[in-house]
Design a binder for this molecule. Structure first.
Ligand SMILES: *Cc1c(COP(=O)(O)O)cnc(C)c1O
Length: 383
């Protein structure tokens, strides 16, 4: 059997162990300590996203951002449908109603037109037996590291005075017109899960220009303890802080973030130059002003232009060679768990799901790994 090639595996830079060892040597084996502080400062410095609170996961960061935006039971929250379920689950933790919105074909992210439609429908008619009301938050995603059309989305949100929570879980290191993903909305979130472009083994961050809001996030993430000598609580709290040990890994990873982005972008360029000529096979180009981190290289394959061969043919051929690939995210409005919630838009997300595949994209792929993957795809599509 050939060596397994993963979709996206962790890639240590070298200093992570030193920071973890420091945590042991100084006995900061706790959800506070020097690594945690340094990790937060590094996120702030690198992304220009204002203030950062390091948390146990990206999902926890979305949950806290929704709470800070004032979302409660029965409120509408507009969410990009084409995403990983972790974008939408926290909306349900709070008993709020997710209102799903389609993507546009240039970035595969939230379609401004469908967003406007959704806002007006909530405001004027209401949905899911709810009262007519403006949504309490809008949650666009930068899928696969490709920046969403934040200028248009934020302008629309602003005109209705609705807070924006940017799910940049997949997009640390990506930017739009020189401004980092995660810095456009009222809140941004990052994920440092094991399969992301950099990792703290598991972890996330909430970022915002609003210093008080981030301080409040840290407060809520540590059980909402009031300042008193005894344990006193006036609010419901959460145990969402990142461990100082894990933060040591994240701290080391921040030092190689730029390099990892370069390496992922090189993977994309290699795939595109080798496979771009195959009929019916397309890659998503970067629109003007857009800098993707190319977390995962994704392609669309139209079987009608390729003798009936679709993304499943390619996926299974790769699997046979012990190479992991994966269909694009199945849209939330098509998921059994979210079936009863409204959707606005057309079939962009759905078509991406039907035709799309994520290729092995780790920054630790070797040239000969890439060659093997590319050869397998070429062979499969020549039949
Ligand atoms: C990974 C991911 C999350 C969740 O992050 P975790 O750290 O795994 O909780 C949220 N949204 C998107 C789009 C993601 O890819």
């Amino acid at each position: 059997m050939n060596k397994k090639i993963w979709l996206s595996s962790p890639h240590m830079g070298g200093t992570e162990e030193k920071y973890v060892k420091e945590a042991f040597d100084t006995n900061w084996i706790a959800p506070l300590g020097p690594n945690l502080d340094a990790f937060e400062r590094a996120i702030e410095a690198h992304t220009g996203c204002g203030h950062a609170a390091a948390l146990s996961s990206g999902t926890a960061a979305i949950h806290l951002a929704l709470i800070l935006a004032g979302v409660g039971p029965g409120d509408y929250v507009i969410c990009q449908s084409f995403t990983f379920s972790a974008s939408a689950n926290p909306i349900r933790y709070l008993g709020a109603i997710p209102v799903f919105v389609d993507s546009e074909p240039e970035t595969w992210n939230m379609c401004p037109q469908a967003l406007e439609e959704a806002i007006l429908a909530c405001r004027d008619k209401g949905c899911c037996a709810g009262k007519p009301a403006l949504p309490k938050a809008i949650l666009p995603v930068h899928l696969y590291g490709m920046p969403a059309k934040m200028d248009k989305l934020c302008a629309l949100a602003q005109s209705f005075e609705i807070p924006v929570i940017e799910d940049a879980a997949e997009a640390i290191g990506a930017s739009l017109n020189g401004k980092s993903c995660g810095s456009f909305g009222d809140f941004g979130i990052f994920s440092f899960n094991g399969n992301k472009i950099i990792t703290s083994s598991g972890g996330g961050a909430l970022v915002s220009q609003n210093k008080e809001a981030v301080a409040k996030a840290r407060f809520l993430a540590t059980q909402a303890r009031d300042p008193a000598p005894h344990y006193q609580h006036s609010e419901i709290g959460y145990n969402y802080r990142l461990s100082n040990v894990a933060a040591g890994i994240g701290r080391g990873q921040m030092e190689v973030l730029d390099l990892r982005v370069r390496q992922r972008r090189e993977n994309f360029e290699t795939y595109r130059s080798e496979l771009g000529g195959i009929p019916g096979l397309r890659f998503l180009p970067e629109p003007d002003g857009t800098f993707s981190n190319r977390w995962l290289t994704t392609l669309l394959l139209d079987p009608e232009q390729n003798g009936g061969l679709g993304r499943e043919h390619v996926r299974l051929a790769l699997e046979k060679e012990n190479m992991e690939s994966r269909p694009l995210w199945k849209p939330m409005h098509r998921q059994p768990v979210f079936r009863d919630f409204p959707f606005f838009g057309s079939d962009c997300a759905e078509e991406c799901f039907e035709k799309g595949l994520c290729l092995p994209s780790g920054s630790n792929l070797l040239a000969r790994d890439l060659e093997r993957i590319i050869e397998t795809i070429k062979k499969t599509l020549k039949k």
